[in-house]
Design a protein around this ligand. Sequence first.
Ligand code: CTP
Length: 399
Amino acid sequence: MIFENKHILLGITGGIAAYKAVELLRLLKKAGADVTVIMTENAKKFVGITTFEVLSENPVLSDLYFDTNTSVKHIDLAQKADAVVIAPATANTIAKLAAGIADNALTTTLLAVTCPVMVCPSMNTDMYQNIRVQRNLDILEKDGWHILDPDSGVLACKTTGAGRLPEPWFIFDRMEAMLTRKDLKGKRVLISAGPTVEAIDPVRFISNHSSGKMGFAVAKAAEKRGADVTLVSGPVHLETPVGVTRISIESCDEMAAQMLLHLGEADIIIKVAAVADYRPIDPKSSKIKKKDGHNELTLDMVETQDILKLIGEKKTKKQFLVGFAAETEDLEKNAALKIKKKNLDMIAANLVGAEDSGFKADTNKVKLIFRDGSSSDIPLMKKEQVANILIDHILDKMR
Ligand code: CTP
């Protein structure tokens, strides 16, 4: 939502990675941004101006003197801009920007902007590591601009090392972080997500349908808002959110151990995970074989430890503890009981079973219930949005 109706300037300089700017532009447009592309003369040698004009639905700015009626266009654009990203940024442009030189449409516009700026250097490794380039990047960073470190890998010049422009989704993600208010700065957030997996034997297990989407959305939102995030997750098919420390576990016991290990340093603990309530008492070390003449198998199960309850017993007054409750009936009554039983500050309760909320869906609809008995409904929306509203409520209650 952060890019909705925002004016973004996409600066493109003359590097081979200029083709990646096409995809970055598409991502920004898809997210609702109004994008104006500014190209240097050399950038136009790599990708044609028409591609950017068609995709951005705006004229590309590259010649300050092309149309005298719009000779102050760069100033209009600079004043209107909510963010600037320069991807790729060559050593030459970086040097000009650091020195305050204004000799083309891009460098001139950049002298007039006051909004957040992200510079994505991309060049040969030796050039990138050159003391002058590093010094120039330091200058820009000290001036308050965001420098996105290049990736390492095989470069166009056939050498291997740092200098590759990061993938467009990554640049997009970091721009999103750059524009997000850092109201969780200085806070450590510990989150559990996904299912737990309880072994029956080396090849079989008991688990549940949790996709991890809600917990990962909370981790992603918290990181973007400036928190230091640790995510303890059961097996899920999701990428770790950028900037989040992920600890992978399988069983309830492993999740408990990791949560307790990191509990002391956490300011906010959010237990989104769907922990198995029971596990086989005696997991076998070799595969259970079928027995002739037996068409039934009985598994003896024992209750797992309730991690949330354990944390509730150990938490200090300063720590804010949030649980999730999956219910199929009596949502409010059951959730309120869990607040008391597990010493929670807040619980996010949802009815499982509906197609558009719960485990596998990308959307969710939850009721937040607080320790003092008050509550707030979050209507059906994307899990990322639910995550942000959840964090808003946590911050509000912690004040
Ligand atoms: N939870 C936990 N450890 C368990 C079981 C649950 O930490 N062994 C946590 C979950 O991560 C969630 C909250 O407790 O934050 C509520 O989980 P839920 O399954 O809704 O409730 P239970 O306490 O397991 O009770 P019931 O299954 O009877 O509803």
